[in-house]
Design a protein around this ligand. Structure first.
Ligand code: 0L1
Ligand code: MG
Length: 267
């Protein structure tokens, strides 16, 4: 399948430098399509690919991937029509119960997700939910801290993809379980902020079943000529809506069957 690219190599490098600057120094930038209105989803992935290449060339370690915009509510909220993927690096991970700095993020928000750890390589196209479940070593609960670098949350799909799906930090914890031992489609989740319930959801919000989101991710990787390596940590997308956090906030995400994941936020 041929890619629908409109950006030149120079444009890709320029936009990558712009996004990287915003990510590393935590400032907001206008959405990329203000300057490149014809930018496509494939262009967005080309910028994301260049971003990953640069981080890894400087010593970052790829730990896995994230599916994003996987619930209908989130797609509506963000005004986009298809899910997206982004990469995860070891230095984005934070320990459970830790204090997470906000001064190195633009406008952090948290969302509850089921994470998968794989034991076999997965390849698209046409990867299915069943293949994902067979390749899964175990699942565990996670909270993603997303941080769109675009001013006023005004963005579109090519811009979000170029910004690595707003990836910033992630915390995994709770209890790891074999996927076969639980009904992954009907897991309930409750998120508390400062002791108050602020969001509730069920895992079916993620494309009907979180493993569908992983299959979707593998199929998008295939379009980019890539596969999902065995041993990857993969987040399947927000079950609850994204909740803004600021210094002083504490978050606890309680997952049915999988335990809870907590963290607090500091300046
Ligand atoms: O993880 C995700 O669902 C990606 C979110 C991208 C848009 C946003 O920043 O909310
Ligand atoms: Mg997410």
């Amino acid at each position: 399948m041929s890619l629908n690219l409109t950006l030149t190599r120079e444009d890709i490098v320029r936009l990558c430098e712009r996004v990287e600057g915003a990510q590393r120094r935590a400032y907001a930038i206008p959405k990329l399509t203000d300057e490149y209105p014809s930018m496509t989803i494939d262009d967005g992935y080309a910028v994301q690919h260049e971003l990953r290449r640069r981080y890894i060339a400087r010593g970052a370690r790829l730990t896995g991937w994230k599916a994003g915009l996987t619930s209908r509510a989130k797609m509506l909220q963000m005004g986009v029509h298809v899910p997206s993927i982004g990469f995860l690096l070891a230095d984005m991970a934070r320990p459970e119960n830790s204090a997470i700095k906000t001064s190195d993020m633009v406008h952090p928000r948290v969302e509850c997700e089921v994470a998968f750890v794989t034991k076999k390589t997965l390849k698209g196209p046409n990867c299915t939910r069943q293949e994902v479940l067979e390749a899964t070593d175990y699942v565990l609960p996670a909270v993603e801290i997303i941080d769109s670098r675009f001013s006023g949350f005004k963005f579109d799909l090519p811009s979000v993809i170029a910004d690595n799906g707003s990836s910033a930090r992630y915390v995994a914890g709770g209890r790891a379980r074999y996927a076969a031992d639980i009904d992954l489609r009907t897991l309930g989740v409750v998120m508390e902020k400062n002791g108050e319930i602020i969001a509730v959801g069920a895992s079916a919000a993620v494309l009907g079943h979180p493993a569908e989101a992983i299959a979707m991710l593998v199929n998008i990787l295939a379009e980019q000529g890539e596969q999902l390596a065995a041993g990857s940590f993969v987040m399947s997308g927000g079950i609850t809506e994204a909740i803004p956090v600021k210094p002083g906030d504490s978050i606890i995400a309680r997952f049915q069957e999988l335990g809870s994941v907590s963290m607090r936020f500091i300046e």
